[in-house]
Design a protein around this ligand. Structure first.
Ligand SMILES: Nc1ncnc2c1ncn2[C@@H]1O[C@H](COP(=O)(O)OP(=O)(O)OP(=O)(O)O)[C@@H](O)[C@H]1O
Ligand SMILES: [Mg+2]
Length: 767
């Protein structure tokens, strides 16, 4: 109804202005109210559609999910989900023993599905969040601008369209400003003879000319508006791509500790959100805020020139109130949005974990638990989304009221001056046109500010990662490693796993790391204690020891996945901290303890070892050496078989053989086998050990094994216990030491292999 009422009321204003002041004032007030309400109504419809579109999937899940009673549980200070998950694994057998499975299970479920309020930012006091919010937003914007400038410097040519867009925006704003001016002139020309009087042909011609100019300006304005979008589209997409690529590269460079402290899904979400928010920030700043501010300044200039300071003051006060109100309410909205984002990240993280560990979930029949864990996030998200909508409606209503009051006052002032003969009806129309022109972008300002906040929150999260220095990186003067015979020397190496990053805190800087170094416990609490050994060039050295004694950690240090606390590690006399990481890691080939495969084809997984050498013939050759070719050939898709998440479609032994083939393809100077054959039957193990032995020829090899028979051929064996080397020698030497740790391990293995089977096993085997 208001849609139709607006022009009628408007016409009444124009008519009344020539007759009575009071009628004009009333009509002006009605016009202002109608003008504010109509776009608001349309905008609300658009906004709802947009929200439904954007959050379509989560919303549909929300509708479908059963409303969980006691949302407040999200506010409890329960243990972290990760800790709870760990305790579940450890406590399941106990649960069965006590026989009170149902009750205990429910308790576990409660703990596991609970959201971590700290992680989501729910427990923070509102005032704290509010102040942090403002400060952080400013800081984030500053950091973001510095990243944009860095990108500008790096890719100067990509930024040319931005300058073009800015120029086009300026031109289009001038067009916008001229439109009401020309319209006013045309109207004043027509009004020369008073209402309904015939005009001279000259007056009619000049009025028609002005109307044509108005139409031309309208057309030009529209075209320029689109032109800026064309220029910006290229820049925004390019900037988003560069930002996402930079982030991804940085994340790949971060040390394992950083990744261990996070859920993979969470990280992926962060990178995606970061790129999106970066693009929308560019869009908002260049296409929304800049034109709005420019337009406001131009309009104020025109108002000042034509109507004097009163009208400008009134306009500035109105928009000042409008902006103040918008920012105030948006701060509250920002808090809710931040919480929503935390929940969304947790939600994605939980979903990714469940999907990645699907086999595990099904084996433990924990589908309901997983669904409940997700629903805990969904219901909390729902609660906050509803709150957000309420706050947003409040914002819209308040904005409309502020603008309506200001606009009414402006119209009343002008109407009075028309009555006094100081202004014309054309002036009234011009001011109405200018104000409406301003109102349209300002009307969206609340939404834009909200989007800006949202984008800043996302950007803030991603900037925390981007600004976090990689703790293991190339030294400024790092040189490529020159490998000759590949002699490896560990000299007094001490090491303990760090807790700096694993507590989930972001923004670890050099000071944190330094403080942590100082707070490290005494040498006794370290994992590796003054470890010194030498592996001569071209020799094969085995490291053995009890589980947890630090064998794999030695390998990780050698690859510089972690940094030793003290001491030095040298390859051919070059300290590994002074060589480039790329040259160091490409000089080694590792067959890891847990063979991780990518969710791709077998061909891709083997080729990953050395993509440059990955011809089909070469892949087949190494697959044959790793005794996996026949198995692959028997598969319907052969080498093109997809192995599934983490290689789930292959058996443990097959996975291990694929990773052996991958390492064989690399043909490294240093070969590292960490329990390379632990998942194989003895026949295959024997065959592969032979292949590896052949491979060990002419290169330095480090073998880690629990089955001592597989390292019999090693030139030297190092026996580790609690992070120290307690024995060293050849297989024969160590065997001869009756009180040695190695001899005891050997005897234990012999006893285990000869041990008669327990009664029930023997019976079942006979059956
Ligand atoms: N990333 C890590 N963060 C913290 N602690 C770790 C990490 N990796 C290993 N540890 C701990 O360090 C200790 C030594 O681990 P390591 O993997 O070196 O043992 P290992 O000798 O290879 O054992 P296994 O024979 O079972 O493979 C273990 O107590 C383990 O819990
Ligand atoms: Mg290990």
């Amino acid at each position: 109804m208001l849609l139709f009422a607006a022009p009628v009321v408007h016409q009444a204003v124009v008519r009344c202005s020539g007759e009575s002041h009071h009628g004009a004032v009333f009509a002006a007030a009605a016009s202002a109210a109608a003008t504010c309400t109509v776009p608001r109504h349309d905008w609300c419809r658009f906004r709802r559609w947009k929200a439904g579109f954007r959050f379509g999937r989560p919303v549909s899940r929300l509708v479908m999910s059963i409303a969980r009673a006691g949302n407040d549980s999200a506010h409890d200070n329960g243990p972290r989900a990760a800790t709870a998950s760990g305790s579940l694994n450890g406590m399941l057998p106990t649960t069965r023993q006590v026989g009170n499975q149902q009750h205990v299970r429910e308790t576990f479920d409660e703990q596991l599905i609970r959201l971590d309020p700290d992680a989501l930012g729910i427990t923070q006091k509102k005032e704290e969040l509010q102040s942090v919010n403002f400060m952080q937003s400013r800081g984030t914007l500053r950091r973001l601008i510095s990243h944009v400038l860095r990108l500008c410097r790096k890719h100067a040519v990509s930024f040319v369209p931005v300058y073009m867009a800015l120029l086009v925006i300026c031109l289009s704003k001038v067009c916008n400003l001229l439109k009401p001016l020309v319209f006013k002139l045309a109207l004043d020309t027509l009004a020369v003879g008073g209402p309904r009087l015939s005009l001279s042909p000259t007056v009619t011609r000049s009025a028609s000319g002005l109307m044509a100019a108005y139409g031309l300006l309208r057309m030009l304005g529209g075209m320029l508006h689109e032109a800026r979008n064309v220029f910006m589209a290229k820049f925004i997409n390019r900037a988003g791509r560069l930002f996402a690529r930079d982030n991804f590269e940085h994340v790949l460079a971060l040390e394992p500790e950083f990744h261990l402290a996070r859920k993979a899904g969470d990280l992926v979400e962060l990178i995606n959100d970061g790129a999106d928010s970066f693009a929308s920030l560019c869009r908002l700043i260049v296409l929304s805020f800049f034109p709005t501010v420019l337009e406001f300044i131009l309009v104020c200039g025109v108002l000042l020139a034509r109507f004097g300071p009163y009208l400008v003051t009134l306009t500035v006060v109105t928009f000042g109130l409008f902006l103040g109100f918008t920012f105030f309410v948006n701060n509250a909205l920002g808090i809710t949005r931040k919480i929503m984002q935390g929940i969304k990240r947790e939600m994605r993280g939980r979903m990714t974990d469940s999907v990645f560990g699907i086999e595990f979930v099904q084996q433990f029949a924990n589908e309901t638990l997983e669904s409940k864990r997700l629903d805990a996030c969904l219901s909390e998200y729902e609660r906050n989304a509803v709150k957000n909508e309420y706050q947003y409606s409040m914002l819209n209503a308040g904005q409309s009221a502020v603008f309506a009051m200001g606009f009414t006052a402006v119209l009343v002032l002008i109407t009075r001056r028309i009555g006094a003969g100081a202004l014309t009806v054309g002036d009234l129309l011009m001011v109405t046109g200018l104000m409406e022109q301003l109102w349209v972008p300002l009307n969206f300002l609340g939404w834009q500010y909200r989007e800006l906040k949202q984008a800043l929150i996302s950007a803030e999260n991603v900037l925390e990662i981007l600004d976090r220095p990689a703790r293991i990186r190339d030294a400024p003067d790092a040189k490529p490693l020159q490998v000759g015979g590949a002699e490896i020397v560990f000299d007094n190496v001490c090491f303990s796993y760090d807790e700096v990053a694993s507590d989930g805190e972001d923004g670890v800087d050099a000071d944190d790391i330094e403080a942590h170094e100082e707070s490290r416990g005494p040498a006794g609490s370290r994992l590796l204690k003054n470890l010194s050994f030498r592996i001569p060039a071209g020799s094969t050295v085995a490291i053995v020891g009890a589980s947890g004694s630090g064998k794999s950690s030695v390998i990780k240090l050698l690859q510089r996945m972690y940094q030793a606390d003290s001491g030095s590690i040298k390859i051919d006399g070059q300290d590994i901290s002074n060589v480039t990481l790329h040259s160091l890691r490409t000089s080694m080939g590792v067959i890891p303890q847990d063979s991780t495969l990518f969710n791709d084809t077998i061909f891709y997984n083997i080729a990953y070892g050395c993509p440059e050498r990955a011809t089909p013939a070469e892949i087949e050759r190494v697959a044959k050496l790793a005794r996996i070719h026949d198995t692959i050939a028997a598969m319907p898709m052969g080498y093109q078989t997809h192995v599934g998440n983490k290689g789930i479609r292959l058996s443990g032994g097959e996975r291990q053989r694929v990773s052996i083939a991958r390492c064989l393809l690399r043909n490294p100077k240093i070969l590292i086998c960490d329990e390379a054959t632990s998942a194989l039957d003895s026949e295959t193990e024997r065959e592969i050990t032979e292949a590896l032995k052949r491979m060990e020829h002419n290169r330095t090899s480090v073998l880690i094994a629990h089955r001592l028979s597989t390292i019999r051929h090693a030139d030297r064996i190092l026996v580790m216990k609690s992070g120290q080397i307690v024995e060293a020698g050849t297989y024969a030497e160590l065997k001869q030491n009756p009180s040695g740790v190695f001899n005891r391990m050997l005897q234990e293995q012999e006893v285990t292999s000869k041990k008669p089977l327990p009664e029930e096993d023997r019976i079942s085997r006979k059956v």
